[in-house]
Design a protein around this ligand. Sequence first.
Ligand code: ADP
Ligand code: MG
Length: 351
Amino acid sequence: RPAFVRAPLHELPPAVAERIAAGEVIERPVSVVKELIENALDAGAQDIRIEVRGGGLRLIRVSDDGYGIPEAELATVCERHTTSKLTTFEDLEHLHTLGFRGEALASIATIAEVTIQSRAWETEQPGEEQPAYWVSWRGGQLQERGRRARPHGTTVTVTDLFYNVPARLSYTRAARTENGHIVQLVRRYAVGYPSVRFYLALDEHTAVQTSGSGNLATTLTELYHLSLAEMLQEIDVSDGKHYWLRGYMGNRVLAQSSRQYITLFINGRWVQSRALQEALEQGYRSLLPKGKHPLLVLAVEVPPTEVDVNVHPAKTEVHLLQEAKIKEALIQVVKGQLERSPVIPEAVQFP
Ligand code: ADP
Ligand code: MG
């Protein structure tokens, strides 16, 4: 006989179940920033401003100039499974947005205080200025709502993150560490979306700023404060059917001691694909000194029917139908680029 007694089966109170589920989507402050940036991109934003205080625990604020949220919907966007991006399960097969589960805002609003201000283009008649509205939530409950003028777009402010999830709070590291994750994330999106202007301030100090010029080489230069143009090689390869690989790769001079300068997007979604990462390594292993990794930004475009994005709660992993073909293409691209790159002894190291 076991030493303990089994409690009877019972349904979890919704508030408890929701707080548990929220933890799967929001692991740490950077997860909030990621979800809010993705929402801004899904809203067609050209300009995304991010403000972070206290490593994200005190405040995370993301402002965009996207399509906005109409007043009638503002009170429901933080409910679970409400989304404007998907209706049928089959829609997943031709998804062109980063979000689709309708879970992010609900999760964040369960474990923090959230205020959303928005002014939508959609409901505005020509010649008439639509007022802007705001609503606030705490612990999954709608708190207050009101009206306040603002330009078109949306601002989401998250304060007191994890106030009711002590385990997450103790898992959260020093502000410096969390800020580091946030900077990396914003840089990734900045290179993934060079035509969008990104601005990130950490405790009121500018940490990332790009111009949204649309030129990836310019964006990389803005991020790393170096004139990289002649050290970058463009990648543009397609088999006309299953994949299109676009991006930039630094030559051997730009080899880094960390993998963090390898950024991979699949259909506009930043991913951490072990399989593709392996293919990349296979491509550069013999051409770079041991322990070195290239600066590489690669956007992989595949037909939406050949990718399954619904395999990971944070959506950072995907399954590719034609994985073997794409891996082979990656190995060849990386090899080809490095073989053409000059061998110069002095290396440039990023901060
Ligand atoms: P999802 O992105 O999966 O739809 P979210 O919880 O992230 O789920 O967002 C819920 C909904 O709120 C979105 O479908 C969208 O309609 C709306 N929304 C969220 N953020 C924004 C934004 N920045 N601009 C416009 N609409 C937004
Ligand atoms: Mg979303």
